[in-house]
Ligand binder design. Structure first.
Ligand code: NAD
Ligand code: DAU
Length: 365
């Protein structure tokens, strides 16, 4: 998209962690008008978007990407220049307990979104007045490094041509949606882009994921559950770096291509948990409490992938993207954000959250 033209994006899942960070970044810098389609599941939080309440160029629509009529209506009404698909069931542990919901949203929902977008894009192509919009149109699918499976300790990081080998129902559902996106490019010539990113962290992440869960438990003096031996490795990326990469791929990515995005920052889970304890002991000390003493090793996740690592040299080489935030600065800011936003924290720690925590951790003793 060039500098003078301000595009319209249909963002899905823009009330969740990464989607909301993306929407806030787009609106704060006035880079795009946003129609935000979100089902507002337990993971979608309109409070995250409260600063946009009076913004006429952001509109939150509660709805399902699997709702054919609604998606077609939004596309025709708002005539977006791009669809950016963040909407998903995203938590691996939940996919182990309830895989069906993951297939419904991540596979069937994405298929529906692709199909409706294809119809819209074809209608644009037939209308002379919409030729420019048709040429600009992009469908960007936000995916994960988990589609590539698990690495051994000395394996090279995942590249875009690493064969898919998803291990959890979540990863399998994301892999399936990635294949559908690819098929829409090869079969119909649809202008699609796919990004596969490593673990994100930062403000507004729902506290079922490792980093916010550990921050909040440590603050509240609760046990810090570490699955298995704590030696599983993840590659952590600060969320705004991911958002910037997505914006760049939208602007400059080559149609039909996939781009790996990562933090170049592999850490064992135990080292992440230990670092959070050290930061909190400095920022918010509690007399007589060394927070590391709260670390509790619990039963491992079923099929727990051992190591993820991303080779993000393609997006660096072709589009000039690199992560800006280091893990040290990013984690410090993240902990500080949770300390500074107790109202947001309290609102997400609702009844539904308590039920989940009980269900997931009750059996792990
Ligand atoms: P999240 O769970 O925080 O948010 C998902 C959002 O999607 C929520 O707002 C939810 O209400 C919405 N949603 C769920 N089902 C929907 C449906 N059927 N229709 C419309 N909206 C629906 O997830 P996240 O961590 O922000 O992840 C966003 C995307 O990025 C996902 O596709 C995920 O697979 C991918 N991803 C996440 C990470 C990570 O570390 N969190 C890393 C790489 C890729
Ligand atoms: O790699 C990208 C993926 O990262 C995204 O696609 C997923 O949407 C996102 O949820 C994340 O998946 P993980 O399973 O890696 O994230 P999670 O925060 O659930 O767990 C991170 C690691 O920490 C993992 O090895 C499991 C472990 N863990 C997790 C929790 C919640 C614990 O040891 N204790 C916990 O309580």
């Amino acid at each position: 998209m060039n500098q003078t033209y301000r595009p319209v994006f249909l963002v899905t899942g823009g009330a969740g962690f990464i989607g909301a960070n993306f929407v806030l970044r787009m609106r704060q810098n006035n880079l795009a008008k946003i129609i935000n389609l979100d089902k507002l599941t337990y993971a979608g939080n309109p409070q995250t978007l409260v600063s946009l309440a009076e913004d006429p160029e952001h509109q939150l629509v509660r709805g399902d990407i699997g709702n054919t009529e609604l998606v077609a209506h939004l596309l025709d009404k708002y005539q977006p220049d791009a669809v950016v698909n963040f909407a998903a069931e995203s938590h691996v542990d939940r996919s182990i307990l309830n895989p069906g919901e993951f297939v419904q949203t991540n596979v069937v929902g994405t298929l529906n979104l692709l199909d409706a977008s294809r119809g819209y894009w074809r209608r644009l192509s037939k209308d002379q007045a919409n030729r420019d919009k048709c040429n600009r149109f992009r469908f960007l699918h936000v995916s994960t490094d988990e589609v590539y499976g698990s690495l051994g300790p000395t394996d090279p990081p995942f590249r875009e041509d690493t064969p898919y080998a998803p291990n959890s129902p979540y990863a399998a559902s994301k892999a399936s949606s990635d294949h559908l996106v690819r098929a829409y490019y090869h079969t119909y010539g649809m202008p699609v882009l796919t990004t596969n990113c490593s673990n994100n962290y930062g403000p507004y992440q729902f506290p079922e994921k490792l980093i916010p869960l550990i921050i909040l438990n440590a603050l509240q003096g609760k046990p810090l559950p570490v699955y298995g031996d704590g030696q599983n490795v993840r590659d952590w990326l600060y969320v705004t770096d991911h958002c910037d990469a997505i914006a760049l791929v939208l602007e400059k990515g080559k149609l039909g291509e996939t781009y790996n995005i990562g933090g170049i920052n592999e850490k064992t889970n135990i080292s992440v948990v230990t670092t959070i304890c050290e930061i909190l002991d400095k920022l918010s000390p509690k007399a007589g409490l060394d927070r590391k003493s709260l670390i509790t090793f619990v039963k491992d996740r079923l099929g727990h992938d051992r190591r993820y690592a991303i080779d993000c040299s393609k997006i660096d080489r072709e589009l000039g993207w690199k992560p800006k935030e280091s893990f040290e600065t990013g984690l410090q800011q993240t902990v500080q954000w949770y300390l500074s936003n107790p109202e947001w924290v309290e609102a997400v720690q609702s009844g539904a959250y308590q039920t989940w925590i009980h269900q997931n951790y009750g059996d792990r003793k």
